[in-house]
Design a protein around this ligand. Structure first.
Ligand code: SUG
Length: 416
């Protein structure tokens, strides 16, 4: 167990990255609908974030863009050019870049059979995301194909919506130690969809063989969903002993903290009050959609979107926090603006897996040399820009397919 470490698997941002405004309840997605996207810049921003984390001494992996446009979805929707343009965009979505929604991961120390369990998220609430899981699973089956150390499940069946690790947190003394897993679900009925269903979370916990005494199910604050926190990771993030959360993240915050403390007394709570940063500003800047990481020197850093530095209230809070003596010692802004404009911050772009890197297919692990090769493929093949009227055209389809093929080729990965 001693080689267990946290590895962040970022989604390489795909060549069809576009702004179609497909996600109801995701304010950034809705407000950038119809704009020109810049896939090459987007993918380079994502890769720069990965390189930054490697330079900080963190282990880095990646997942590949899924095959787009997806002919099966186009056919299933009988797309013939007469449909609503929003529907036309669905088979082109590059939304698998947000790998926090790829799966829920329970590391080996938490599970009954001592293997790391992964369940791909069914993402049934949104049509452009519901097409992801089988292709995501194909990658997980390869990357985590070592059946002695991993179990990759099928997704939870509909209609119970599951959005994966974005609604899942883990509290532990250290990543390789047994943890308490916290599932956060939304109650339906508000003006925006509650994408994570309680029964989906409970099914995932049972599949993974989690100890019921060390597993919590907590309701998200309906006000947070209404304000645009379509996933809990927009308003809270945990790492080891620390929970960094907005005061309005949970339906019953005091009850939620008490439940966590009961099973995990070492909890260090960093709660941001409404007076310091409003819920709206937290959602606009994605302060909590941050990577809260433990650096090699054992201190914690918060990797936030650069939008946080541009916000007076958010940056004031961050500066005070760094000057104090809490557990989060550094706040490091990164530029992922292309992804942010679709509602995806640094935390959305990564899936955390605690495992021994030696048990993972090395083709999915990143080092500088491989990052150079990936960067060269992106620079050469990713479209510079995409306007909405290009979606559905053969010319763009050819370019997007060729770009992905070139990436798979350089990484020597097939069967995905
Ligand atoms: O599911 N955006 C994604 C953003 C996912 C963010 N992930 C986490 N919070 N973990 C979503 O809403 C936008 C697609 C579009 O509008 O074209 C989109 O799917």
């Amino acid at each position: 167990m001693s080689n267990l470490k946290e590895i962040n698997f970022d989604g390489i941002i795909g060549p069809s990255h576009n702004y179609a405004g497909l996600s109801l309840g995701n304010i950034a997605s809705a407000s950038h609908r119809g704009e020109t996207s810049y896939p090459r810049e987007a993918a380079l921003q994502g890769l720069a974030k990965m390189r930054g984390n490697m330079a900080r001494g963190l282990a880095q992996g990646f997942l590949l863009p899924l095959p787009r446009p997806n002919p099966a979805l186009a056919q299933a929707l009988a797309l013939d050019g007469t449909e609503n343009p929003a529907l036309r965009a669905a088979p082109w979505s590059a939304s698998s870049m947000w790998t926090a929604n790829a799966a829920t991961v329970s590391p080996a120390p938490d599970t009954q059979d001592g293997r790391c369990h992964l369940t791909p998220a069914n993402l049934v609430t949104m049509v452009h995301r519901a097409q992801e899981w089988q292709d995501t699973k194909a990658q997980l089956d390869i990357a985590f194909g070592d059946a002695q150390h991993f179990a990759v499940h099928d997704a939870v069946p509909p209609t119970f919506g599951d959005e994966g690790a974005a609604n899942h947190m883990r509290l532990c003394e250290a990543h390789g130690e047994p943890g308490v897993e916290v599932f956060v679900y939304g109650r339906p009925g508000g003006k925006f969809p509650a994408r994570q269903h309680e029964q989906a979370s409970r099914a995932v916990a049972r599949k993974h063989g989690l100890d019921p005494a060390r597993t919590l199910f907590i309701e998200q604050n309906p006000e947070a969903i209404e304000a645009g926190a379509f996933h809990n990771d927009v308003v809270a993030v945990a790492n080891e002993r620390v929970l960094f959360t907005h005061a309005r993240a949970f339906a019953d915050p005091a009850g939620a903290y008490a439940a966590m403390r009961e099973v995990f007394p070492a909890l260090e709570l960093v709660e941001v009050p409404e007076e310091a940063v409003s819920l709206e500003e937290a959602i606009r800047t994605y302060l909590f959609n941050a990577q809260l990481v433990t650096l090699p020197d054992s201190t914690m850093a918060l990797i936030v979107p650069s939008e946080c530095r541009d916000s007076e209230s958010v940056w004031n809070f961050c500066e005070k926090m760094m000057a104090g003596n809490g557990p989060i010692r550094q706040v490091l802004p990164v530029d992922v603006r292309q992804s942010m404009a679709n509602g995806g911050g640094p935390a959305c772009l990564r899936l955390r897996v605690v495992a021994d890197p030696a048990t993972i297919d090395p083709r999915f692990l990143l080092d500088e040399a491989k990052a150079d090769r990936i960067e060269a493929v992106i620079a050469r093949h990713w479209p510079e820009s995409i306007t909405p009227d290009q979606l559905g055209t053969d010319a763009l389809a050819d370019q997007v397919r060729a770009a992905r093929a070139a990436l798979l080729d350089t990484l020597e990965i097939d069967g995905v």
